[in-house]
Write a protein that binds this ligand. Structure first.
Ligand code: KG4
Ligand code: ZN
Length: 338
């Protein structure tokens, strides 16, 4: 039997300071997330400078807690993993500086992980035997992509958003509806009381066969609808707006994910990223995938939003092929996914 591989991962790309310990890519020993939501809420979004300062305050206690909760000490670690992009540069740098210092002090390998690959590997953390090739729909605050996963080393981007990410659209529409940051989960809650067929918002299908997305037109349509209604003195039913907007986003995401899976003969579909925590998206995708005879995998909601367990899992596969980073690894805010 292979000896166990114990990885400590650190994630500070946006507004969560996170550390986790995962053994062999599947055994989750600890998963600590210090959220900064309260600090950013009054600004209605993430303020990069404030995020960096909070990461500075939180990084040492969060890592200590992750080790403590795992019942391990630094010397038990086989590698230190860290997100090095994409994300806010000042936020990424805090996690990177810590991870590099730790790897150097312990004389253990450093593993640099792509944030979106981390989101994808939240799926493999829970379902290591997920059938490949798979199509993964990655829907987060910064990205919306369809990724074809042929193996753990071969993948291809099939489509991506041309403007706003799905989560960004949720957050912006939530804001115009007067909901607090972060808007996605709040909008989902409000939508539960609304009628998804009340307002017919546009669906951007783009060119025939395109697997790209576009959400800025939908966002503008919602803003225009609210503007005209208010100008005309009409009473706006926020829950109907939220439900109708959500239905428009979900319909396009689900249809394109299934289309991609069929076209590329995928054996499964994986949902990933913060918006994957959305219950309506999960339900709709599950229903359509069932009809298409395709198994669909969802990570638990707390593994969909930003966390370090997903980074540790991605790092485990990199560890196995000795894909280590040099100690001068830098933050890359717009790191592309290959
Ligand atoms: O992946 P994530 O935690 O951070 C990024 O890498 O961006 O995703 C955060 C995004 C935010 O836009 C948030 O509003 C959205 O995911 N989100 C949701 C839900 N939970 C989080 N959107 C819709 N419904 C949800 N339940
Ligand atoms: Zn993320």
């Amino acid at each position: 039997m292979e000896p166990a591989t114990t990885i400590l991962a650190i994630e500070t790309s946006c507004d969560e300071t996170a550390a986790a310990v995962v053994i062999n890519g599947t055994e989750l020993r600890s998963n600590i997330v210090a959220s900064q939501i309260a600090a950013h809420r009054r600004f209605g979004g993430v303020v990069p400078e404030i995020a960096s300062r909070h990461h500075m305050e939180n990084i040492v206690p969060v890592v200590d807690e992750a080790l403590h909760a795992a019942g391990l000490s630094f010397t038990d670690l086989d590698a230190v993993a860290v997100t090095y992009g994409p994300g806010l540069v000042g936020a990424l740098l805090v996690g990177l500086a810590y991870a590099k210092s730790l790897a150097y002090a312990l004389d253990k390998p450093l593993i640099g992980v792509h944030h979106l690959l981390g989101h994808i590997y939240a799926g493999f953390l829970q379902y290591p035997r997920l059938p490949l090739p798979a199509v993964c729909l990655v829907v987060s605050g910064g990205h919306t992509s369809l990724v074809y996963l042929e193996s753990h080393t071969r993948r291809r981007i099939l489509g991506a958003t041309r403007d706003d990410a799905a989560g960004e659209a949720f957050d912006k529409v939530a804001r115009v509806l007067g909901l607090p940051y972060p808007g996605g989960p709040e909008l989902e809650k409000l939508a539960r009381e609304g009628n998804p067929r009340a307002i017919s918002f546009p669906r951007a299908w783009l060119e025939e066969d395109s697997l790209d997305f576009s959400f800025s037109g939908l966002k503008s349509a919602v803003i225009n609808y609210l503007h005209h209604a208010r100008q005309a003195g009409m009473e706006v039913n926020g829950a109907d707006v939220a439900a109708s907007f959500q239905a428009a986003v979900v319909e396009v995401l689900v249809a394109k994910a299934i289309q991609a899976a069929r076209r590329f003969a995928a054996r499964s579909i994986l949902l990933a990223g913060g918006v994957a925590a959305n219950g309506v998206l999960r339900r709709e995708l599950a229903a359509v995938a069932r009809e298409a005879g395709l198994p669909v995998f969802f990570p638990a909601p707390d593994l969909c939003t930003d966390n370090a367990a997903m980074i540790a899992c991605a790092a485990y596969y990199q560890y196995q092929r000795r894909d280590f980073a040099p100690l001068d690894l830098n933050a890359i805010p717009d790191l592309p996914l290959y």
